[in-house]
Design a binder for this molecule. Structure first.
Ligand SMILES: [Zn+2]
Length: 338
């Protein structure tokens, strides 16, 4: 009997999910004119909080509509799971013809996000443009259904992460599909920023950090150090705190949004440990350049003996059902980039 319900469930989800994301009217204002049909857990196997996006030409079956995430318009996308183990239901494609941002390497088809990420890109690119930066070059977001990538990125799985390339100008269209068009800001040998780093990049990062939806930003530690040196007002420290030093991130920075309100299946990340001054921020970033402490073989052996095995995180059930219904396989993870 259960098998029967699952089969019905998958059929229903599939039937509802025949969506054309290529419809340009969906870009920017993805809620406009879109019918929402809430799945019912008894029918589809998905939780009742998960809203399935229907073809806009399909009749509205609104007897079961629930606007899971606030507002009379409702929401059509759903981040499910954690940033590094989850999926994106009804991901929305970023606008390839946006006024103030461009999509870098669109051929990779990694420019899908939750509605909150799309809205962030709109307001962020406008704010950055106002600050005198011509355009935002948007790198990888999530893939169509979220989840792990076959190559690169441990996170970027639930439509709330975006890589923004270091670039201040609008690129000619021909350069959007080729490599090497972002600007390198770090002298890796000297472990400092290089001559390319300037106030505009600082502003670019701080505008993102001040956005209330932004939870974290990952940059190379050398960039974080430079930013601490440039920040004179201690009131900026909470925003600097969001800017986290991490490996790589010398040609792009990574913006991560909070789990949106009402996204009940989105797994929050712990906050970074608090710091209270710009000097402490700088100290933390500089610690990335300290030589690694040697571990005595005796300590190492005792660590191995006492270490608890990490529980293996399975792919969230909601995601497995969604993937099955969309007829897609979970790619094998080959991580190279955050
Ligand atoms: Zn990233």
């Amino acid at each position: 009997m259960r098998g029967f319900f699952t089969a019905v469930a998958l059929f229903c989800v599939q039937a509802f999910a025949g969506i054309s994301y290529a419809d340009s009217r969906l870009y920017g204002d993805p809620t406009a004119g879109v019918n929402l049909v809430a799945s019912n857990s008894a029918v589809s196997g998905l939780s009742r909080d998960v809203v399935v996006h229907t073809d806009r030409r399909a009749p509205v079956k609104n007897e079961r509509v629930t606007y899971a995430r606030g507002g009379s318009k409702g929401f059509i996308s759903q981040p499910v799971g954690s940033y590094s183990n989850g999926c994106l239901i009804n991901g929305i494609q970023a606008n390839p013809n946006a006024q103030h941002y461009q999509l870098y390497h669109p051929q990779n088809n990694r420019h899908y996000g939750d509605i909150t990420l799309l809205n962030f890109l709109d307001r962020y690119s406008k704010a950055v443009h106002k600050a005198g930066i011509e355009s935002v070059l948007v790198g990888d977001m999530s893939s169509r259904y979220g989840g792990p990538f076959n190559k690169g990125h441990a996170s970027h799985q639930i439509g709330l992460d975006v890589d923004i390339e270091f670039s201040l100008r609008r690129l000619p269209k021909s350069k959007l599909t080729t490599k090497g068009n972002a600007v390198l800001l770090v002298d890796r040998g000297a472990m400092t920023v290089n001559q390319n780093f300037n106030r505009k990049y600082y502003d670019m990062l701080m505008i993102a950090a001040r956005d209330p939806e932004v939870e974290r930003i990952f940059v190379n530690p050398a960039i974080k150090v430079a930013m601490c040196d440039m920040t004179k007002d201690e009131r900026e420290q909470p925003f600097l705190r969001k800017i986290r030093p991490w490996h790589g991130h010398a040609e792009h920075f990574h913006v991560r949004l909070k789990c949106p309100a009402g996204a009940v299946h989105c797994v929050k990340q712990d906050r970074p440990e608090p710091r209270y001054s710009i000097a402490q921020e700088k100290e933390e970033a500089l610690s990335w350049f300290e030589p690694k402490k040697e571990v005595k073989p005796v300590d190492l052996a005792s660590r191995v003996l006492t270490a608890k095995p990490k529980p293996k995180m399975g792919f969230p059930d909601q995601c497995s059902i969604y993937y099955q219904s969309m007829n897609v396989k979970v790619p094998e993870k080959k991580r190279t980039r955050r």
